[in-house]
Design a protein around this ligand. Structure first.
Ligand code: SF4
Length: 415
């Protein structure tokens, strides 16, 4: 059994810049919601945010609120409130925690940001089912509650190769949203404004990729656990200059760490990849658990999900359709496995952790033999952790700790 040691989590200075970005973002939304000075659109995390920005909406992403409900450990008590009105405990615990918070009129935003009581009221809700069907049901609940329009893209799932037919269908659906959005915003759609938003979004994506790619350095200057909080600006701020400015500062700090050969954890001996959702209520505990075993969880599919290299301002609708369909979560197992094999090589990974999140089958890739196939292909061993993104009743901390320690011992023997 590995000996326990005291672990101090190293903070990045630029995390403060990203924190300020998030605070400004929520205050601007809150102001708009209270004054009506700007219209607010709610959007799914990999929905067509660029179109909404181009039409002058401020864009709010309920998934970030749900992640805060998880990380503040408010979610577990709120989920039963949504269960009581018919949303099963087996479906997305982002959805159930968020609806539970709405029903109870509570929000982690109120705890973190003085003067903000909760999420901004929507003028319109916009989804893309590229990630799952749950987002549509989630937004449909709020469309009824707030009596506002609901528009969306019905995407493909389990896509083997992204074809012209896929791209055309999604691009057309995005174009067809425009009249409804014009009506809500009172603004005429302007293709040049969309080009600008797509250009800024692409820049954000490129910067975020550069940030995450620094983890290929040995030792890695960043962990997956850092990434889960630093990615906020890539999720909510893509398409804005401010997000790009914040990432430039972060990137510089990471490059300085690399130049000094300073790792995100002391004594990096094992390099791990995280596949699946984070356990929001255990971010710090997991960061310490792995660091205490000299294991750096340094890269993940999850943080990489906000990299959209297909975005092209010259061809905004088609490139958005492609970018939002090429995503990992949309794809069949074969392209997913190729993706993970490339990640394992690029980041020089010793082992893969799969998080089997009970309420998110869409982001749990260990249920149909993928870990076994990848281990056979790459020789890189894996561990599956059973848990959940938000519902802490589905987590056994003792079991996780025992399994992770045993896995690191296994890696040690291979060294
Ligand atoms: S992908 Fe998973 S966590 Fe995200 S909204 Fe869908 S079910 Fe919930």
């Amino acid at each position: 059994m590995a000996e326990e040691k005291k672990v101090v989590i190293k903070r990045l200075e630029s995390a403060k810049v990203l924190g300020k970005f998030m605070a400004d973002y929520y205050y601007e939304l809150d102001h708009a919601s209270k004054t009506g000075e700007k219209k607010v659109a709610w959007c799914t995390s990999v929905g067509p945010a660029e179109i909404l920005r181009a039409m002058g909406f401020l864009v709010y992403f309920p998934e970030t609120h749900s992640a805060m409900l998880g990380s503040s450990r408010m979610a577990t008590d709120l989920i039963p409130k949504a269960n009581a009105i018919g949303y099963s405990p087996d479906i997305c615990s982002y959805l159930t925690a968020d609806i539970g918070a709405y029903l109870e009129k509570v929000s982690p935003l109120a705890k973190v940001f003085k003067g903000i009581e909760g999420p901004p009221k929507p003028d319109v809700l916009v989804f893309n089912t590229n990630q799952c069907r749950d987002v549509q049901d989630w937004f449909a609940f709020y469309a009824k509650e707030y009596n506002v329009p609901l528009v969306g893209v019905h995407s493909f799932v389990g896509v083997q190769d992204v074809s012209e037919a896929h791209v055309k269908s999604v691009a057309k659906q995005m174009e067809e949203m425009i009249p409804a959005l014009e009506e809500v915003s009172g603004t005429k759609f302007d293709i040049d404004r969309l080009r600008e938003a797509v250009a800024l979004s692409r820049e954000c994506s490129d910067l975020w990729k550069e940030v995450l790619d620094t983890a290929a350095a040995v030792p890695s200057p960043i962990t997956f656990f850092d990434g889960t909080t630093l990615m906020g600006a890539a999720v909510v701020g893509r398409g804005t200059q401010k997000a790009n400015d914040a990432y430039r500062i972060l990137l510089k700090e990471l490059q300085e760490r690399i130049a000094r050969k300073e790792g995100a954890i002391d004594n990096e001996r094992f390099r791990l990849y995280w596949e699946g959702m984070p356990v929001w209520g255990r971010l710090s505990a997991h960061a310490k658990l792995f660091a205490g075993l000299d294991a750096c969880v340094l890269a993940s599919t999850y943080c990489n999900s906000w990299i959209f290299t297909a975005l092209d301002p010259e061809d905004p609708f088609t490139s958005m359709a492609r970018a939002y369909t090429e995503l990992f979560i949309v794809r069949a197992d074969a392209p997913k496995e190729k993706y993970i094999r490339d990640m394992v090589d690029f980041f020089k990974v010793d082992g893969i952790i799969y998080h089997d999140a009970k309420t998110c089958p869409n982001n749990s890739n260990c249920r149909y033999g993928m870990p076994q196939r990848l281990e056979k292909d790459t020789g890189v061993p894996y561990l599956t952790i059973n848990g959940d993104l938000n519902d802490l009743r589905l987590i056994s901390d003792e079991q996780t700790k025992t399994n992770v320690e045993a896995f690191i011992e296994q890696l040690e023997e291979r060294k």
